[in-house]
Design a binder for this molecule. Sequence first.
Ligand code: SF4
Length: 282
Amino acid sequence: MRVLRAAHLGMCFGVRDAIALALEHADAGPLTILGDLVHNPTVLSALEAKGIAVAQEVAHITTPTLMVTAHGTSERTLARTRALGLTVVEATCPLVRVAHRAVAALARQGCHVVIVGQRDHVEVRGLTGDLDRFDVVLEDDDVLALEEHPRFGVAAQTTQPVAKVRHIVDLIRRRFPQSEVRFLDTVCKPTKERQTAAIEMACQADVVIVVGGRSSNNTRELVKTCERYCTRVHHVQTDADVRQEWFDSANVVGLTAGTSTPDDVIDRVEARIRLCADASLE
Ligand code: SF4
């Protein structure tokens, strides 16, 4: 049995830099992260071990310093936290900032902003937090529920599959033929690379293993993408989730991982897959 790693997989530079910044500031004094820095339980327990607190609401923060995650936040939230006298450390990924600038530009151009993404995701809340009127769509039905506007401005959560985003933009154009629909592609490059590499890998694999947190959006999107090209796809958080019976009569096992999955977690999953393969030969 051969293990085929996707050409691009695992942690992106945005998440890596955010974790490094959190650890650096934790050494300097008590730190609270607003929301999950990354959606990966392994990384979150490592941060907890360093004494870093996590709060979902500004009101629950008890340290003088707070960190905004790689997913970013709105200017309104930043102003609120500063008004409380908190020092704010921003770990916002530069590619999330690009998305924020795109949304601001569309709003300035008089567009009704539509974000393709998950309504309750922290990044989407940040992208829409400075707007008074906007819509968030994820599925075809959400487009049917939109009201007409003379000018739409569409941008996406950075971790959405770009093919899906283009499909939604197309639907909006067809539903509102009289409206102008501007689209700024804000899906980030690491997400695009991981999606493309996952497809190439899944086309060649008998079984695919996707490694990442259960609540990680981009990991779940990788699972869905791989399922279109391979019938035996499994989502695992760590090597402990890997089951030997998944590999019965498999020649090629594909491996990919979400953008918040650390290298050592992927390596341990790969080692466990190889162990399972050896055991099935005995
Ligand atoms: S997934 Fe993309 S936007 Fe999000 S942190 Fe990584 S590089 Fe940045």
